[in-house]
Design a protein. Structure first.
Length: 238
């Protein structure tokens, strides 16, 4: 991962040395003479010797995920650079109903997105840094990839192939939903479907079917689905 004049990457057990993945991740920085120097080394706090499986770098923050740590519940370690050294500022640990999968991370400014399992379902967990990293909301998508840029979150889904783009906002507009609580029917791929259908909506009702435009926003309604940018399936050659 490259951000500005820094590059960060993870190391597997075989790369970190015979005794395990020590270090599990490295950060290099470009010097004044156009040469790279090692700025930080990071070891996964995991007695099983597993390495970090995902990382994200933004400015002076580095996020590293390990799925095997914390008795298999996974962790996300958040490191900060103070101008001289990198140090662990906070460790996010999955609760009993939440497990960090370590499959994907995204970090930008004061927002963090991480793949996880909550109540047996794949989700994306969002955290905000207001002096401490705190859980802000959950997006019910099985993410294969994540990216954050300012107020935008991109979630790549493998099946069905799609890229969901989210942005921060207030109330949900008619026809756009995050979960079933925002609709009089069901929330299907970010669109409200009326109670009498199971598809993405009634083709005769293009503006969102059964979504309640006057409904109060739910606790996670601050993240709105702005657009489904890419959606398709692979075509088999004839």
């Amino acid at each position: 991962v490259v951000d500005g004049d820094r590059v960060a990457f993870t190391l597997g057990p075989s790369e970190g040395g015979a005794g395990g993945p020590e270090p599990a991740a490295l950060v290099y920085r470009a010097g004044a003479s156009s040469s790279w120097f090692e700025e930080g080394t990071f070891a996964a706090d995991d007695p099983a010797g597993s390495s970090y499986t995902a990382l994200a770098l933004a400015g002076d923050w580095l996020a590293l995920a390990s799925a095997a740590a914390a008795d298999g519940r996974g962790v996300v370690d958040l490191y900060a650079f103070d101008g001289a050294t990198w140090s662990l500022r906070q460790q996010l640990t999955g609760a009993q109903t939440q497990t960090f999968t370590g499959e994907a991370l995204a970090l930008d400014s004061n927002l963090l997105a991480a793949t996880a399992i909550r109540d047996g379902q794949p989700v994306v967990e969002l955290y905000r840094n207001d002096g401490e990293w705190r859980h802000e909301q959950t997006v019910a998508l099985a993410a294969a990839s994540l990216d954050l840029k300012g107020p935008r979150l991109a979630v790549g889904v493998a099946s069905p192939q799609a890229l969901h783009v989210y942005g921060r906002g207030g109330d949900l507009p008619t026809g756009v939903c995050v979960d079933d609580s925002d609709c009089s029917g069901s929330c299907v791929d970010g669109v409200c479907a009326p109670p009498d259908t199971t598809d993405e909506g009634d083709p005769e009702d293009a503006d969102g079917c059964g979504c309640r435009s006057d409904a109060a926003p739910s606790p996670i309604a601050s993240l709105l689905l702005l657009a489904l940018v890419i959606a398709g399936s692979r075509r088999r050659p004839a």
